[in-house]
Design a binder for this molecule. Structure first.
Ligand code: ADP
Length: 811
């Protein structure tokens, strides 16, 4: 089944309709076009498979409207195909169902739909709102997924930086490797600023021209930078030591990106904290590591044994103070057998001086209590290395209860401890994100009581933690209706078990604000829902700006319509007055007759402009309706040429027409289509060469006809081609600035072509090289019986010129 493309417009909302019932599709289109300032482009599919094919095409859709009951596929299967294994569908989806069954709701939302609507409750407002909601939720969820990915990336960088054995250049390379895809950056410079406040010195750099490096070096040291540097998009951030002193600067730039944004700079700032932290660690550890390296070589043999070590065993005879170690104990302590004297004192000497007292306290306490002890402490190896060990032991007693011996185990836990520390740091990082983000992050238990609220949440609620934690929305929300809505949303998310994006209102002392919340159930290890977690973003300002834009657009359109109407009445009066003057026989006077001629032409011109103004506003508001009938293209073009004839005559131009045969038939509005080509011809004469040639060439494709209107005039500069179809846009030609007009004609022409399901393009080889406008219109199949063939004389190229048609008129 073919997809039918109804309207193609760039500045419109592109909607994919997957719906098998033609009447439902027509209704959806009607509802969206009614009462809306927005323009829509619809692509329709009758089956799920057809819809998925359309969705896979390179053209991106702003939204998919999906019928719940499709003939070939389950709605959830369509959603899952649109997710393609990811968490989010490739584009926002609104599901429509005819039964209004509540049970489908949870299922489709879980499957990835952003909103749903019962066909019974569909009206312009609900449908537009559902689509807007879906688009907004989709965007927010995408941004949340990105932010989760960003946090993951931060963790990855943090843990890579914690590993030892790097220099400053290696640290910069490491960070750059990890984040280059995120920033789409290909230039990375890393400067060092020494304590004497000298100018920054380049530690290491990847990419960037000499000029770029020079400018990057000259940036002020202690403030972030975001902007263009030597023609590249660039961000730079100071590296600060813990005492806030600037110790360097990290610079990223991209030859591919247009610009960097606030969130990039925030992210870079966090990265720079890590880099600065690792630099400091590096400086502090540099000396120590040098000694360690020497020692490491000396102890190489010993190390080989140690690598195989697991748990050491020891036995201490209390009466003789003889200590016996297994081989593992020697390896852990890093000593040879002849280096340990086998006494408790000898052992004590190997323990870190700061831990000795604690170790003995623990051991003696355990002997007294007749208990097992466990104690983690540091040991110092003869090679100077420090290790963490854990020592477990218990005493054995004689019949009288006197301690005889102690036995125990010794394990090296240095690596384990490091992992624990890394984990702690990772956790600290996650909570730092929660603390500093401007999004509201919170968790609630099954009863809807807040169990965690980040500072942004407390700020938004305008209450201290004590008034929020452990409390339900009824406690912290004064507006009862808002509290009830929040509670109902929470319950629904926990009952349905899937993530939902919901718009919520909240009124506090600061006024009513709108939030877009993503809520997901929290589960225990067994998968039972035990509460929910939510992230809310304040979208009040965005909403206000959208509303403001809508109002501005409405006011502008109203103004244009009023202007058109207001100009019409004085025009009618002028026409009437002229008529009366003519009736008095004043035309006999040659001067007056010339004046009449001038006024006639000007009035006609004004009438055309006001008509275009009104039409353009109707097209922009989707209020212009086509009266389609079956037409023959030749006739449309002949009428358009006739309309433009006075201008063609004035410019002494020649019109060459070439038409295909059999004749092309179209289903179109005759008046509007003549308007389209008359506009293009008028422009071709207006901007064409005086005495030159205007060519009209039609060519038939499979299911469309291409009509080109070409002139040999002033042409259009390449940079302005894309704009000529915008309302009120006019090309600037330096000296020869304007040839009259308002810049409405081409906008209206494009609107009319698109209403017919067609497209229009402008081409020009540049100033002085003429322009070519190509209109592509869907056409009907040629008549099978050969009807529609032109008489033989007209089948070939048809040539009209101003002389001939002027002569024809006089005849
Ligand atoms: P206008 O009333 O100004 O002619 P249009 O919307 O018809 O308004 O055209 C917009 C602008 O596009 C014109 O002002 C002109 O600069 C440029 N333009 C349109 N047609 C041509 C053409 N055939 N050759 C060169 N420039 C053209």
């Amino acid at each position: 089944m073919p997809l039918r493309q109804l309207v193609v417009t760039r500045a419109t909302l592109k909607v994919l309709l997957i719906e098998d019932r033609p009447e439902d599709r027509a209704e959806i289109r009607r509802l969206l076009l009614a009462d809306s300032d927005r323009r829509y482009e619809f692509v329709e599919a009758e089956t799920g498979a057809e819809g998925l094919r359309a969705a896979a095409a390179p053209a991106e859709f702003d939204c998919v409207v999906l019928d719940y009951d499709l003939p070939d596929m389950d709605c959830v299967a369509v959603l899952s195909a649109l997710r393609g294994g990811g968490k989010l569908t490739a584009m926002p989806v609104v599901v429509l169902n005819s039964t209004n069954a509540r049970e489908m709701v949870g299922g489709v939302l879980r499957a990835g739909a952003m909103d749903y609507l019962g066909k019974g409750s569909m009206n312009p407002e609900t449908l537009v709102r559902a689509i807007e909601n879906a688009i907004e939720r989709h965007a927010l969820q995408r941004s949340l997924l990105q932010s989760v990915a960003r946090q993951g990336l931060l963790l990855e960088v943090a843990s890579a930086l914690m590993a030892d054995g790097r220099d400053k250049a290696a640290i910069a390379h490491l960070v750059f490797d990890k984040v280059r895809a995120y920033f789409d950056a290909d230039v990375c410079l890393n400067f060092h600023v020494d304590g004497q406040g000298g100018s920054p010195r380049l530690v290491d750099g990847i990419g960037g021209s000499q000029a770029f490096r020079y400018e990057a070096q000259a940036l002020p040291t202690d403030v972030p930078f975001c902007g263009a540097l030597a023609g590249l998009a660039c961000i730079a951030q100071p590296l600060r030591a813990h005492n806030a002193r600037v110790i360097g600067r990290f610079v990223l730039a991209s030859t591919r990106r247009e610009a960097f944004f606030t969130e990039d700079t925030e992210f870079l700032e966090t990265l720079c904290h890590y880099i600065a932290f690792s630099w400091e660690r590096l400086d502090a550890g540099a000396e120590r590591r040098e000694e360690e390296m020497l020692a490491r070589e000396q102890a190489h043999r010993l190390r080989l044994t140690m690598e195989a070590t697991a748990t050491g065993l020891w036995d201490w005879d209390l009466s003789s103070d003889a200590v016996h170690w297994s081989a593992e104990c020697y390896a852990i302590h890093g000593v040879r057998e002849d280096e340990f004297d086998g006494t408790a004192k000898g052992f004590e000497r190997l323990v870190h001086p700061e831990d000795r007292e604690r170790v003995w306290r623990t051991v003696n306490g355990a002997i007294e209590r007749r208990d097992t002890y466990e104690c983690a402490f540091r040991i110092l190896r003869p090679d100077g290395a420090q290790r963490w060990v854990t020592n477990r032991g218990r005493a054995l007693y004689d019949a009288a209860g006197r301690p005889l011996r102690m036995i125990g185990t010794l394990v090296d836990i240095t690596e384990r401890r490091q992992t624990e520390l890394d984990l702690l740091q990772a956790n600290a990082l996650l909570s730092a994100v929660g603390e500093h983000t401007s999004d509201l992050i919170f968790t609630k238990d099954l009863a809807g009581r807040m169990t965690y609220a980040n500072p942004a949440t407390l700020r938004a609620l305008g209450r201290p933690a004590a008034a929020v934690i452990g409390k339900t929305s009824r406690d912290w929300c004064e507006d009862k209706a808002e509290a009830a809505a929040i509670t109902a949303n929470d319950r629904r998310v926990m009952a349905a078990g899937g993530t939902e994006t919901i718009e919520e209102m909240f009124t506090s002392a600061g006024g009513t604000r709108t939030f877009l919340s993503v809520k997901s159930p929290l589960r225990d290890a067994q998968g039972n829902v035990v509460g929910l977690c939510g992230i809310s973003r304040d979208i009040t300002e965005r909403r206000r700006m959208e509303e403001e834009l809508r109002m501005q657009k409405r006011r502008k359109n109203e103004f244009i319509v009023t202007l058109g109407h207001e100009l019409r009445s004085p025009l009618a009066t002028i026409v009437l007055a002229m008529h009366m003057l003519r009736n008095r026989g004043l035309e006999a006077d040659a001067d007056l007759s010339q004046v009449f001629g001038i006024v006639d032409r000007q009035v006609h011109q004004m009438d055309r402009l006001t008509g275009d103004l009104l039409d353009a506003s109707r097209v922009a508001n989707g209020k212009l309706e086509l009266r389609r009938e079956t037409l023959v293209l030749d006739e449309v073009l002949a009428q358009a040429i006739e309309t433009a004839q006075p201008h063609i005559d004035l410019a002494r131009q020649r019109v060459e027409v070439s038409l295909p045969h059999p004749q092309v038939r179209l289903s179109a509005d005759p008046v509007r289509l003549v308007q389209v080509f008359a506009n293009l011809l008028n422009n071709a004469t207006k901007y064409g060469k005086r005495g030159g040639t205007v060519t009209v060439r039609a060519q038939r494709g499979d299911d469309a006809v291409l009509v080109q209107v070409q002139d040999d005039g002033i042409g259009i500069p390449a940079g302005q081609l894309a704009r000529v179809f915008d309302l009120f846009s006019q090309v600037e030609y330096g000296e020869d600035r304007s040839r009259g007009g308002l810049g409405i004609g081409l906008s209206l022409t494009r609107g009319l072509v698109e209403l017919h399901g067609g497209t229009i393009e402008a081409e020009s080889d540049g100033p002085g090289c003429g322009s070519r406008f190509t209109v592509r219109l869907p056409c009907l199949a040629p008549c099978a019986d050969g009807a529609g063939h032109r008489p033989p004389g007209l089948n070939a190229a048809l040539l009209l010129d101003s002389t001939r048609s002027a002569g024809a008129k006089e005849a």
